[in-house]
Design a protein around this ligand. Structure first.
Ligand code: RIB
Ligand code: CA
Length: 336
């Protein structure tokens, strides 16, 4: 079967970096480009980090494009407290020896989507680039074959407010525009945003035991994963009192590649842009508003299968050996 063409729109970002490593390792994905948006770190840092990960993975043939430097309306708020000043856990990766494209991200998205028949987008950051694409070229936007977005939350609590998850909180106006487009644009009729929210990503916890094992499977990449997640582990201990770190973005990539990894339900979803709950995803699970089901909300996932995929595909682990070790280390339930 031919690999599926995909653009990764991201804000690297520690978990974005893990997601990029996974996407670059899955034979079923053909990453045709990486577009970067302001989010965890300012866009210029995110571009450098995407290039650093491409160099680490020996994939510098993949082009990187700089996108929007600030949200549509709200002031830009980064997440360097979580991801470190450099956005990669202050792990000290060397500056990249390659550069990004001179073309901006939104123009690349418009050009590539206009030219391709079957091209999907996995959005791992605020949706600012996608909202600008929608404004600039709605016909190109409508040609996105499938949009998987890490963001939002259905029943789980937020991570930027009691109800809001960072990607949609950082740019709620962009998220609202994109979700509304899937509910109202005739060209998008029948298509949905696959929302990989905190309900499922909170179940994907990278623990010290897993990191130790990753280093034994692949000392170099396992060591790099340890280096960039150390900061993230400390943040989670201080903020959430857990040993381990919630790795949000990689699940969106894994789900794109293997739909059986998550399950959920259709619904109309809107994003609040004003007031105390801005950034909240209002999932109409009981169809009060009788609006088009613009989203597929993922609520269940299998951490064991996710980590098995990651350890085998990214690190080259042997499945039966990995299963054996997992039976020892993936027993504890981490509080959601
Ligand atoms: O809320 C988690 C999301 O926000 C992740 O994508 C993380 O990288 C940040 O972008
Ligand atoms: Ca991200």
């Amino acid at each position: 079967m031919n690999a599926r063409k995909v653009i990764l729109d991201c804000d690297p970002g520690i978990d974005d970096a893990l997601a990029l490593m996974l996407a670059l390792s899955l034979p079923g994905l053909d990453v045709v480009g990486i577009t970067v948006v302001c989010g965890n770190v300012p866009v210029e840092k995110g571009v450098k980090n995407a290039l650093k990960i491409l160099e680490l993975m020996n994939r510098t043939e993949i082009p990187v494009y700089a996108g929007e430097a600030r949200p549509l309306v709200r002031p830009y708020v980064d997440a360097m407290d979580t991801h470190g000043e450099d956005g990669l856990g202050e792990a000290g990766f060397p500056d990249p020896s390659v550069s990004c494209s001179s073309q901006d991200a939104v123009s690349f998205l418009a050009d590539r989507l206009s030219a391709e028949e079957e091209l999907s987008v996995i959005a791992l950051g605020p949706m600012t680039n996608l909202a600008r694409l929608l404004e600039r070229s709605p016909e190109a936007f409508a040609r996105i074959q499938e949009l998987v977005s890490m963001g939002g939350t259905y029943k789980s609590h937020g991570n930027c407010s009691p109800v809001a998850e960072y990607n949609y909180w950082c740019d709620p106006d962009a998220a609202a525009k994109v979700y509304e487009a899937y509910a109202s644009m005739p060209e998008l009729s029948g298509k949905q945003i696959h929302m990989i929210g905190l309900d499922v990503t909170r179940k994907i916890v990278l623990t010290p035991n897993l990191i130790e094992y990753m280093k034994r499977i692949h000392p170099v990449l396992g060591g790099k994963i340890e280096a960039i997640t150390r900061f993230y582990l400390d943040f989670h201990w201080q903020q959430e009192g857990i040993i381990g770190c919630v790795t949000n973005d990689p699940l969106a990539v894994a789900y794109f590649a293997d739909r059986s990894l998550c399950s959920g339900f259709d619904a109309y979803t809107a994003v609040e842009t004003e007031g105390i709950s801005y950034g909240q995803t209002l999932v109409d699970a009981y169809d009060f508003w009788k609006k088009p089901h613009n989203s597929y909300i993922l609520t269940e996932t299998d951490p064991f299968r996710f980590w098995l995929l990651f350890c085998c595909q990214v690190l080259g682990g042997d499945e039966s050996a990995v299963r054996h070790i997992f039976s020892q280390i993936l027993t504890e339930e981490v509080p959601a």
